[in-house]
Write a protein that binds this ligand. Structure first.
Ligand SMILES: Nc1nc2c(ncn2[C@@H]2O[C@H](COP(=O)(O)OP(=O)(O)OP(=O)(O)O)[C@@H](O)[C@H]2O)c(=O)[nH]1
Ligand SMILES: [Mg+2]
Length: 334
């Protein structure tokens, strides 16, 4: 830390970082996402400043079982978008892999074709601790790319559990990627993944069974209900071969159709609200947790209670109940 940084007020530093991100500086944006991951208070200040500049980018979630071809699909989409002069942000989330997971590194390899393209910003993140935290970090990363001015942000997640589905649902449009013979995988995943899908892609259509899989999924007829609306969205099934670069036009057409439908019916606004409420709840609960642990470590007035808990005079559940009661009163008064 240089002397000048140490003496500069935090708000001034935050404003400077926010300006750099809004100007599209990749290094500032990368650092900010890392700081958000580390729970740095500076990141939270900057995110507040960026918030009014968010909401412009089109957010597309790509989810599906491991190995379905999500990264290949993402790479193909980057190519399509770049050909049309659109700028792209990519967030590849792999909750199951450790900090330096192989899959994440693999993604980077697959997308290296774009590593020299300044208008493509790729960021991989793996689980480092709480999955709830990962969703908050993914939210921040999406907002950072949005604020940078990326036209489209692609969010790749392995759709195996509820938390991953939650991350995919940051997007305006969720694309579920399956492959022929998807049945077993679908069973292994939670049902939540089907509920989150706006578009189903049957990828690897160059391998046997693709037509059958498409027909089967179409016959099952998946629908999405628009909250508080009467209209239903029938989930379209798109046959693709990401590897052979086939089906991208149809996918794009369906994404556009879904976007228009979501805009018109109020679905988009409802989903945005859902995302932000969820984010708010995460930020609050995370903050309460931090504050509680922080105060406990500092000691002070709290020590008496901790001593009694340590001496088995008060049980932790009763002590926690007292705190919860007071918190509830506080929250209800908000
Ligand atoms: N035959 C065929 N293979 C494909 C296609 N798309 C992707 N693959 C291959 O499937 C394998 C997995 O592709 P990825 O794009 O890494 O899949 P992913 O879903 O991102 O995988 P994870 O991130 O590890 O869950 C690779 O060997 C790809 O080359 C396709 O359309 N046809
Ligand atoms: Mg991948």
């Amino acid at each position: 830390v240089s002397a000048s940084t140490a003496t500069t007020a935090p708000d001034v530093v935050a404003e400077r970082v926010a300006e750099q991100v809004l100007d599209g500086h990749v290094r500032s944006a990368t650092r900010l996402i890392t700081q958000s991951q580390d729970g740095d208070p500076l990141a939270r200040r900057v995110m507040s400043l960026l918030y009014p500049h968010c909401g412009r980018a089109r957010l597309i979630g790509i989810t599906g079982p491991p190995g379905a071809g999500k990264s290949t699909l993402v790479a193909g989409m980057i190519g399509e978008l770049r050909r049309r002069g659109l700028t792209v942000g990519v967030i590849a989330v792999d909750p199951s892999s450790p900090f330096s997971g192989g899959a994440v590194l693999g993604d980077r390899d697959r997308m290296t074709g774009y590593s020299s393209d300044a208008e493509v910003f790729i960021r991989s993140m793996a689980s480092r601790g709480a999955i709830g935290g990962l969703c908050a970090v993914a939210n921040d990363a999406v907002d950072v790319m949005d604020a940078m001015g990326k036209d489209v942000v692609l969010i790749e997640t392995v759709g195996v559990g509820q938390s991953e589905v939650e991350i995919a649902q940051i997007a305006n449009t969720v694309v579920l990627t399956l492959v022929p013979g998807y049945g077993d995988e679908l069973q292994a995943m939670k049902a939540g993944i089907m509920e989150a899908a706006d578009i189903i892609v049957v990828n690897k259509a160059d391998s046997p069974g693709a037509n059958g899989a498409v027909a089967e999924l179409q016959n099952m007829g998946y629908f999405q209900a628009v909250p508080q609306g009467e209209e239903m969205w029938q989930v379209p099934v798109v046959k693709m071969s990401a590897l052979r670069n086939e089906g991208f036009d149809e996918l794009e057409a369906q994404i556009l159709r879904q976007s228009e439908f979501a805009e018109k019916t109020g679905w988009k606004a409802a989903r945005q609200r859902r995302r932000r409420v969820h984010q708010f709840a995460e930020v609050v609960t995370d903050g309460v947790r931090r504050d509680f642990l922080g105060v406990m470590q500092e000691g002070g007035g709290f020590d008496g209670l901790l001593d009694r808990i340590g001496a088995l005079q008060v049980d932790p559940y009763a002590a926690a109940q007292g705190i919860s009661r007071r918190l509830r009163t506080l929250i209800k008064d908000l």
